[in-house]
Design a protein around this ligand. Structure first.
Ligand SMILES: NC(=O)C1=CN([C@@H]2O[C@H](COP(=O)(O)OP(=O)(O)OC[C@H]3O[C@@H](n4cnc5c(N)ncnc54)[C@H](O)[C@@H]3O)[C@@H](O)[C@H]2O)C=CC1
Ligand SMILES: CC(=O)C(=O)O
Ligand SMILES: [Mg+2]
Length: 553
């Protein structure tokens, strides 16, 4: 099929930002060289969306639905986002967590079409031409989501396949917060992979060698960061699913000089703070009353420990007193100061080995159950990727220690979660205040219906990004993250029996607008806003792209 300049119609039908398919009316068809290139009927967006929805219903598996929607995304973005926005609750689990995990695993084999910037560590000189090749000017980009895919969700290292997480995160930004789909770029930072299965798969499409680490990696990431910031000076640079060592280091190095955001550390930390703020309305306690056990102290786990410690400090504790109220558990058991080679981010939380010597059974490490029995945590968080690690014994021990424990098994996707919500509710007799990373149905227990909030950063980062864009924020500050968390917690009343700790996904667009406003106000307060608005509520609404052909005229 030709798509030469002499055939502009084909080009339009292949441009997902301009294509309207059967919604082009006859005069548009004639102007655009599409006469006779579409069936006679002229449809409305609503008719097109209804057809898509009914086609989706015919498909059996979520992976088939993912593929269908991915093809639609590449064909017609207004229609794709209209279907998504109209059915966010049903489709978020398809285009995002948990189905995106399967899509990543199959990405090279299922490869269809490129939707991203592919930057290879072996060709750093291509970073700038690649980012320029999108033809976007300095004011044309709001957001870049990049991943090096070393720790995709809880499924590990997926090399270039991980690019789907960047595409998926961006789709959520648009569906949930109206970030314009033409003003974003998904970026794969392909640094190789240590996944032997991929390296030996003939279909694998990424750089085919082990991960490059050390100074060469740092130079490559730095080159990306500096180039993206220079070409798109107003864009938020979102980092997703890096390994624990790199995630924190990159953020710490650049957060004071760039508009950089690490979703797994900061976004997840903030959604956890929102969940805790909400749960504390039920227990009537403050942050400084909490004892926190984090099971799985990597990128997300250590990020949220830091944010809960910050909450305790705001509540009047000193930093040292706050850290005293935190226990980290990782693969080697409770993190204690006699363990060799503790990473930097765990060391400040290491407990004195003497303090816990009597907790041990025999000579092995101190395990989760003993920690729960000894510490009597008020909050137990799972970010370990260890499915089923919160056993019935653990949940019962948790409830033996406190009346209403906060229980957040956050690992994704479903096959990694520490405890399924129905088990958490049943084993705790409905006493645990539960939110989980994956979407969950309601749970019936003893005559009460429990609505399980989704403590996933997807409830937070779209509004955070929108607020940063509206304010023209030059940095993503702790104050902006805290404002986002408070704005989320402020949207729910968790006190009736069984009530959710978090707002429902179906209201995510409205919720994101509220978050964006709070974030933009915090940006002004923190002195990082470059734009001020007389009427911020209206400015946020105006900034939200609507999936509607009329707005694209
Ligand atoms: N709900 C949400 O919004 C988010 C959830 N997550 C989930 O959290 C999990 C961890 O993600 P990251 O922190 O990015 O990964 P990571 O690899 O940085 O951290 C995982 C940590 O768990 C430890 N671990 C592994 N097996 C363990 C076991 N059996 N017992 C105790 N510790 C164990 C690892 O040593 C590592 O320190 C993933 O499943 C991810 O999907 C991550 C970010 C956001
Ligand atoms: C939700 C998310 O960012 C993760 O699981 O990594
Ligand atoms: Mg992530």
């Amino acid at each position: 099929m030709s798509s030469s300049p002499a055939d502009p119609g084909s080009q339009i039908l292949r441009d997902p930002l301009r294509n309207r398919g059967t919604a082009f009316d006859h005069s548009q068809r004639s102007q655009l060289g599409l006469t006779g290139r579409l069936p006679a009927a002229v449809e409305t967006l609503e008719q097109q969306a209804a057809r898509c929805w009914s086609q989706l219903q015919e498909l059996g598996s979520d992976m088939d639905k993912f593929t269908y929607l991915d093809l639609l995304h590449q064909r017609n973005q207004v229609l794709y986002f209209r279907v998504l926005a109209d059915h966010l609750e049903e489709l978020l689990p398809v285009v995002y967590d948990p189905t995106i995990g399967q899509a990543v695993e199959r990405w090279s084999r299922d490869y269809r079409v490129s939707q991203a910037a592919y930057l290879s560590i072996d060709r750093p000189e291509d970073v700038e031409p690649t980012l320029r090749s999108f033809g976007l000017g300095p004011d044309d980009v709001d957001l870049l989501v990049c991943t090096d895919a070393e720790q995709i969700l809880g499924i590990g290292d997926w090399g270039v396949n991980g690019v789907d997480i960047a595409v998926g995160k961006l789709a959520v930004y648009t569906a949930a917060a109206g970030i314009h789909p033409g003003r974003v770029i998904a970026v794969s930072l392909d640094c190789g992979t240590d996944n032997a299965e991929l390296l030996n798969d003939p279909a694998y499409l990424g750089v085919r060698h082990a991960r490059t680490r050390g100074p060469e990696y740092d130079r490559f990431v730095d080159r990306y960061l500096q180039t993206a910031a220079a070409l798109f000076p107003n864009a938020v640079l979102h980092f997703e699913d890096f390994g624990p060592e790199n995630a924190r280091r990159i953020l710490d190095e650049h957060r004071d000089t760039h508009r950089i955001f690490n979703d797994d550390m900061q976004g997840t930390g903030a959604i956890v703070v929102a969940s805790v703020v909400s749960a504390l309305k039920v227990t009537g306690q403050g942050f400084s009353d909490q004892r926190l056990v984090v099971f799985g102290a990597g990128t997300a786990g250590s990020g949220m420990a830091d944010q809960i410690v910050a909450g305790m400090v705001r509540d009047g504790l000193s930093e040292a007193e706050a850290r005293q109220r935190v226990w980290l558990i990782d693969k080697q058991g409770l993190v204690t100061d006699d363990l060799p080679d503790l990473p930097d981010y765990q060391r400040p939380y290491a407990r004195p080995a003497d303090e816990v010597a009597s907790w041990r059974h025999g000579s092995g490490p101190v395990r989760l159950l003993e920690v729960v029995q000894q510490v009597r945590p008020t909050i137990l968080i799972g970010t370990s990727t260890a499915h089923g690690a919160f056993t019935e014994d653990v949940v019962r021990a948790l409830c033996a220690g406190v009346e209403r424990p906060i229980l957040l098994p956050l690992s994704n996707p479903t096959e990694r979660i520490e405890v399924m919500p129905q088990d958490a509710i049943a084993w705790s007799g409905g006493r645990a205040l539960v939110a989980v990373g994956i979407p969950s149905h309601t749970v019936e227990h003893d005559g009460t219906t429990y609505v399980i909030g989704q403590a996933n950063n997807a409830l937070l980062y779209p509004g955070l990004g929108l607020g940063a864009v509206v304010a023209g924020a030059t940095r993503i500050t702790d104050g902006m993250l805290l404002a986002a968390a408070a704005a989320i917690a402020g949207q729910v009343d968790p006190t009736p029996p069984g009530a959710s700790l978090l707002p429902p996904v179906r209201d995510l667009r409205a919720s994101s607008a509220i978050v964006a406003r709070a974030v933009a106000e915090a940006a002004v307060h923190d002195g990082v806003a470059t734009r001020r608005h007389e009427n911020l509520v209206q400015s946020v609404q105006d900034a939200m792209w609507q999936p509607d052909y009329a707005t694209e005229e």
